[in-house]
Ligand binder design. Structure first.
Ligand code: NAP
Length: 359
């Protein structure tokens, strides 16, 4: 990752108010490619605009989304995000930070508020502009690193389990792909929502993490096949998407809900879409429902996650905290397809420690 020399911050002005510096440090991606296309640059601090908030980023984290948008894969991503070069210059969707300026027409937020939410990108930087309609106030007692690691993965896990699977107390839950960002939130949220047995499929390296977060059973995918292991599940959360519909059907209890969070990226143009279509068709005649979705930030769901963070039922599993200069390593971990929990990304002058792991 190349680093250009920092420029001295000029005095701020304009719509952001006098205390915001005119320039900021940011991670940039000016081309599609591997993490080595990322650079650190000094850029003008974005101006707050109507309906938006300018937020001083205290913490963010890397998500699979950042890797997809950086690599421009599957290729259909480029139809929306820029055919030749990415329209999104600065990676980072997760945001936790402090409001520095409030755009025209925004109510409910004031300068100095601590907030968290999901931005359209730009959070691997000192400042980001974020839509005020999709953030929530961060309650006292929740640290910024925990909040900055939560939005994308936490919303995905929450909406998969609560909105789509309509999880019920006592449900037997399978989580395939339990060790990463979404999976570590899903185990804890399933527990908080009253799941009975929670079976986590992950590598042996991450088995202990899954148990600590609330899994009642762990299957090491290298040593045991969760289909062959049998079992009947009321809710199957498939974060990996590496099984056929016939295999999945064999482990679904009557009336089960199968939620496809992702699928294999084997189709260069369409990514997981052909697999998801096959799963939908393959489960059409089963006594089970098929759900596939793209998580969306809502203030209600963010507030729900905030309440779980406050109660301690949710403690993001943060593998490590890195600065902007190591953001490439955070995204590379996602690209590798393996790793434990989340990597938080924190701008340089705001070093913080990961929160205590869940008991
Ligand atoms: N639908 C949506 O709105 C939505 C939102 C967010 C994310 N997603 C998708 O969800 C997927 C996961 O995201 P994430 O943030 O959790 O990624 P992540 O943090 O990179 O986690 C991926 C995890 O997959 C595990 N894994 C690798 N091979 C496996 C296997 N054969 N069986 C079971 N687990 C395996 C790894 O665990 P080990 O290290 O133990 O191998 C790793 O921890 C991505 O494809 C992403 O695009 C979808």
């Amino acid at each position: 990752m190349s680093v250009s020399p920092p420029e001295s911050p000029a005095t701020g002005s304009g719509r952001n108010g006098g205390s915001v510096p005119a320039r900021m440090t940011a991670v940039t991606a000016r081309a599609y490619g591997n993490v080595d296309v990322l650079a650190i640059e000094s850029l003008p601090t974005p101006d707050v605009t109507p309906g938006k908030l300018l937020v001083r980023v205290m913490a963010s984290s890397a998500n699979a989304l950042d890797w997809r948008l950086l690599s421009g894969t599957p290729l259909m991503v480029r139809l929306i995000m820029g055919l030749r070069t990415p329209k999104r210059l600065i990676p980072g969707a997760d945001v936790a930070g402090i409001v520095e300026a409030v755009g025209a027409g925004v109510s409910g937020f004031a300068v100095g508020d601590a907030i968290f939410g999901e931005s359209a990108g730009g959070a691997f930087a000192d400042y980001v502009v974020i839509d005020a309609a999709i953030v929530a106030l961060l309650p006292a007692g929740v640290d910024f690193v925990a909040a900055g690691a939560t939005p994308v993965a936490g919303l995905t896990a929450l909406q998969a389990l609560r909105t789509h699977a309509a999880i019920k107390v006592g449900d037997r839950v399978l989580i395939n792909g339990a060790a990463g960002g979404v999976g570590t939130f899903a185990i804890q949220i399933a527990r908080a929502l009253g799941a009975g047995e929670i079976t986590a499929v992950c590598s042996a390296e991450n088995a202990e993490q899954s148990r600590r977060l609330g899994a009642t059973r762990v299957i090491d995918y290298r040593g045991e096949d969760f289909i062959a292991a049998g079992g009947q599940y009321d809710v199957a959360l498939d974060i990996r998407g590496n099984r056929t519909a016939a295999q999945i059907r064999s482990i679904l209890a009557p009336g089960a809900r199968y939620v496809a969070v992702s699928g294999p990226m084997t189709n260069r143009l369409l990514g997981p879409l052909p697999h998801l279509l096959r799963m939908k068709l393959g489960l059409a005649r089963a006594d089970a429902s098929f759900h596939q979705f793209t998580a969306a930030a809502t203030p209600e769901d963010l507030a729900y996650l905030a309440a779980l963070l406050v109660s301690g039922e949710l403690v993001p599993a943060i593998d490590r905290v890195v600065g902007l200069e190591d953001a490439a390593g955070a995204i590379a971990q996602i690209a590798s397809g393996h790793g434990a929990g989340k990597v938080a990304v924190v701008p340089g002058d705001r070093p913080q420690q990961p929160p205590d792991a869940a008991a």
